[in-house]
Ligand binder design. Sequence first.
Ligand SMILES: [Zn+2]
Ligand SMILES: [Zn+2]
Length: 338
Amino acid sequence: MKQLLTEKPRVLKMIDVEEPKIEGPRDVLVKMKAAGICGSDVHIYHGTSPVATYPRVMGHEIVGVVVETGKEVTKVKAGDPVIIDQIVACGECYPCKIGRPNICCNMKVRGVHIDGGYREYVTAGEEAMHLLPSGLAFTDAVMIEPMSIAFQSCSRAQITKEDIVFILGAGALGKSLIKAVLLTGARIIVSDVVDQRLEEAAALGVSRIINSKKEDLAAKLKEYTRWGPTVSIDAAGFPGSLPLLTDLTCNAGRVITMAFLEEPSPVQQFKITAKELDIRGSRLQNHKFEEVINAYKAGKITIEGQVSHIFPFAEAIEAFQRIDSGDPEIRKVALSFE
Ligand SMILES: [Zn+2]
Ligand SMILES: [Zn+2]
């Protein structure tokens, strides 16, 4: 089979290797149908991921069809369309024991620490398999993964309908967050510096949008909320974003970080203490695939319409080159194995 190997940063090779085989009784062999290219894949390709190791087969948005199952597999059968959970957890460390395998101390993420979906066949344990809803195209189904990241952030923030949620940044992550927060019934305010992104946020149903380049963000938030947002989610992730959100968030509020930013953020401890802020990280997702799939099935969220470009898997290297070209038309790329 063909696989796209990132030998080292910026060196991609399409190579022939043997197909993986079912080893354990609970293993499932999946023929790939589609894989998304995410911002974090581009970081791995560029060598700017703080967690990836090389050589690596990237790809953590992994969609395919089951071709073979181990003897003890009951969750899926041959022919089932699936998305594969990106997390492999040890089951033994403290976070695993308390039901948080997404931050397992020995975690392996497919496409990051172990090989992912940019290859024609993948094996994984049946626990990683999630049945796709019928009628969803494989290339659209890759978006279940980014949506699960947004669901995780909402669950970390423990949002209720009484909350006022401020989302900093209306890019791809910000928009997934908007969809997820809308399900909670909380009020939403979104800021960005690009009008077009804010218009797209408004089209999703956000009535309070702020262009922080043109308007005074703090004054606007005061006008809209009186005491400040009760939850702030950082979907922008720059060194000044965390200090900014500790300033803007209401006393007793929650601030959620999502970026893998290695640069220090100069936060005043005073703000956290005096306001009793909860600063919480949100990483990957903890059993959120099923929640996303169920919300989609119930007609509560849309998943389609987000992939702007589809490349055949054979042209995966060209796909990365196109993303690197900075073409503004490129928003979300999916690789198709059909
Ligand atoms: Zn992703
Ligand atoms: Zn663990």
